[in-house]
Design a protein around this ligand. Structure first.
Ligand code: TA6
Length: 288
């Protein structure tokens, strides 16, 4: 593998040692800053110059080989959730990815392309574009001679002012699995409010969602393509206490709105098949 510093772009991309001594790319654009660890190709930071950070990372997160980073945008592949005898949410997020390319585009955006080494029977890349918004494209190619079925999710942790201040729009009328209640429901709220543990997998939805945050006076927009599932999660009090890499008092500052293809929306690619899931996260002032 070439030396990662080969991919530095003066004034825009620097390779540094981050938490736990793990290598990370630090990105600077005219609008924003970002950081992406090679561990998991994990975006741990994105901040527009005029706003609070857009992504939440737990102060108790581990940064170690074989361990997931708690926060930012975990890349979930090839399965979502728990699996007996295997790492929850798959192995991609706990594997060191390779930085394959960086580019400063004519419009001032910075692109970084990461590749997952050792993926059996498939080729997996993540293209991260840092600009006024943050765009991530997870591309999977089936390089085997048989069908390949997998789940994907960009498990994004958003930084918010307070969990009881925000609302989430875009999912009204969508069926979801309520993993807290163990039921299947249909979303009736045009604007979802959160007042307790929430763990919902919304199926068959390609909708753009928005997080309205009056506390920050901010609207966060999550636009996606190639994704038919959206997950909404906040651990609240009791689950927070059960997570050693998450502070007991951190749940009010974060919410996960995740874009993926999970459960009944899993993907099956034929030999040679290719799938791209793209998520663009943008933000701006709340309409007055
Ligand atoms: O996406 C929500 C969820 O599946 C929750 O059930 C919770 O387990 C969360 O992911 C975090 O999972 P992790 O393995 O990162 O602790």
């Amino acid at each position: 593998m070439s030396d990662p510093t080969d991919w530095e772009i003066p004034g825009h991309v620097t390779l540094a040692r981050g938490e736990g001594g793990l290598p990370k790319a630090v990105v600077e654009t005219a609008w924003s800053t970002a950081e992406i660890y090679l561990h998991g190709a994990h975006v741990t930071g994105f901040q527009k110059k005029s706003e609070p950070p857009l992504l939440f990372v737990s102060a108790a997160s581990e940064f170690a080989p074989g361990k997931p980073i708690r926060g930012g945008v975990p890349v979930i592949f090839p399965w979502f959730g728990a699996r007996e005898g295997s790492p929850a949410h798959g192995s991609a997020r706990i594997t060191a990815w390779e930085l394959k390319e960086t580019a400063l585009l004519p419009n001032g955006a910075v692109e970084l392309r990461f590749s997952l080494p050792g993926a059996e029977g498939c080729h997996v890349e993540l293209l991260v574009t840092v600009a006024e918004s943050l765009t991530m494209e997870l591309a999977i190619t089936n390089t085997s001679h048989r069908n390949f079925t997998f789940e994907t999710c960009l498990h994004t942790y958003f930084q918010i002012s307070r969990i009881d201040a925000i609302s989430i729009t875009g999912l009204e009328g969508t069926n979801y699995q309520d993993k807290v209640a163990g039921t299947t429901e249909t979303e009736t709220a045009a604007a979802i409010r959160i007042a307790g543990e929430v763990d919902r997998v919304y199926f068959d939805t390609t909708a753009t969602t928005e997080i309205e945050d009056p506390g920050y006076g901010r609207m966060i927009r999550i636009a996606k393509s190639g994704s038919n599932s959206t997950v909404v999660w906040n651990p609240w009090i009791e689950k927070s206490k059960r997570m050693p890499d998450f502070g007991d008092d951190e749940y009010p500052q974060m919410v996960c709105v995740e874009s993926g293809n999970v459960g009944k929306n899993q993907t099956t690619l034929p030999p040679g098949g290719h799938a791209v899931m793209k998520v663009e996260i943008s933000s701006g002032p709340l309409p007055s």
